[in-house]
Design a protein around this ligand. Structure first.
Ligand SMILES: NC(=O)c1ccc[n+]([C@@H]2O[C@H](COP(=O)([O-])OP(=O)(O)OC[C@H]3O[C@@H](n4cnc5c(N)ncnc54)[C@H](OP(=O)(O)O)[C@@H]3O)[C@@H](O)[C@H]2O)c1
Length: 292
């Protein structure tokens, strides 16, 4: 990740700065999207189901927050709350989603996205950035292990369902819903598709992908599998959201991936960086050749 941050891209020669809304502002990625937008001079309205909860307090301490950030209560299943949140906004960053394989939460991701797109169109929002997931792209057992994946690739829905990867099902359906609703309602849509997202947390509570690392670091996960995963820095993910927002020609999907690593490499990096931690050491050799 480059250390150059383009500051104040959005300063409008004395005119009022653009107002944009970020759903799920207090989460891992949402917080970094808010931070990036504030750094670039936007006025930001962040949504949370309970803005007063201390888990969102870090947002108010961000640079520029005092002048240009407001938080409002919204649930993606409550259309009226979304309409209020999007009122007067040029753009919406729809980041909020349950990150879970709980079957009861699949409709929250999908219907929630339908509600967000509808409310955005109703309120005259021009451009939406939707946060999809690499889980909507790579889960396909019929593809060769050597295949290079790109923005045309989709996971196999039935395979995800059969293997209980309901989060991937939810993200696939939510992304398709966002795309269909955008076409129907005349909204401009750009989709950021991050892989497993790592990096510093602005929030206090451990989110799913940070726990992916923490459980190996602390040894609570006793073994690691013969598997590869794609990883990306959360600061690059946040910047990708703003870059696709700011470029009108950016439409459709943008994979956001930093590197692809075997789990053994991840474990080695953790051991090298944190020798004082009881990093998981045991490898489960479930099938012999090391997956590439
Ligand atoms: N982290 C990754 O590796 C990764 C990779 C690819 C894609 N993504 C996507 O990135 C987005 C953010 O994920 P994250 O990793 O930042 O997870 P996170 O920290 O758990 O954040 C999830 C956010 O969704 C909100 N949310 C959940 N249910 C909601 C509902 N019914 N109404 C309104 N908001 C709701 C939560 O808000 P509350 O404060 O109200 O609970 C929270 O802010 C998700 O769309 C996820 O699918 C994440």
């Amino acid at each position: 990740m480059s250390s150059n941050v383009e500051v104040n891209n959005n300063v409008n020669n004395g005119e009022e700065q653009q107002l944009v809304c970020v759903t799920g502002a207090g989460g891992f990625i949402g917080s970094w999207v808010v931070k990036e937008l504030l750094l670039r001079g936007y006025r930001v309205r962040g949504t949370a189901r309970d803005p007063a909860d201390s888990k969102n307090a870090h947002l108010l301490a961000l640079e520029g927050a005092e002048e240009r950030l407001s938080l409002c209560r919204a649930d993606v299943l409550d259309v009226a709350s979304l309409r209020a949140a999007f009122s007067g906004c040029h753009g919406v960053f729809h980041v909020a989603s349950p990150v879970s394989n709980d079957p009861d939460l699949v409709p929250v991701a999908v219907e929630g996205t339908r509600n967000v797109m509808g409310a955005a169109a109703d309120m005259g929002v021009r451009r939406v950035v939707f946060t999809s997931s690499y889980g909507a792209v790579h889960m396909n057992p019929n593809r060769s292990a050597d295949a290079v994946l790109d923005e045309t690739c989709w996971s196999d829905y039935d395979f995800c369902k059969e293997t209980d990867n309901l989060y991937c099902c939810a993200k696939m359906m939510a992304e398709i819903t966002a795309t269909e609703e955008a076409a129907k309602r005349g909204l401009e849509l750009a989709v950021v598709v991050p892989s497993m997202t790592m990096g510093p947390m602005l929030q206090q509570t451990l989110n799913f992908s940070s726990n992916h690392v923490a459980r190996y670091l602390t040894g609570t996960k006793k073994t690691y599998p013969n598997a590869v995963a794609a990883y990306v820095d959360v600061r690059d993910v946040a910047r990708a959201h703003v870059l696709v927002y700011e470029r009108p020609e950016a439409r459709g999907r943008y994979l956001c991936i930093g590197t692809v690593m075997h789990r053994a490499q991840l474990i080695q990096i953790l051991k090298d960086l944190f020798p004082q931690y009881p990093v998981t050491a045991k490898y489960v050799r479930d099938y012999p050749p090391l997956i590439r």
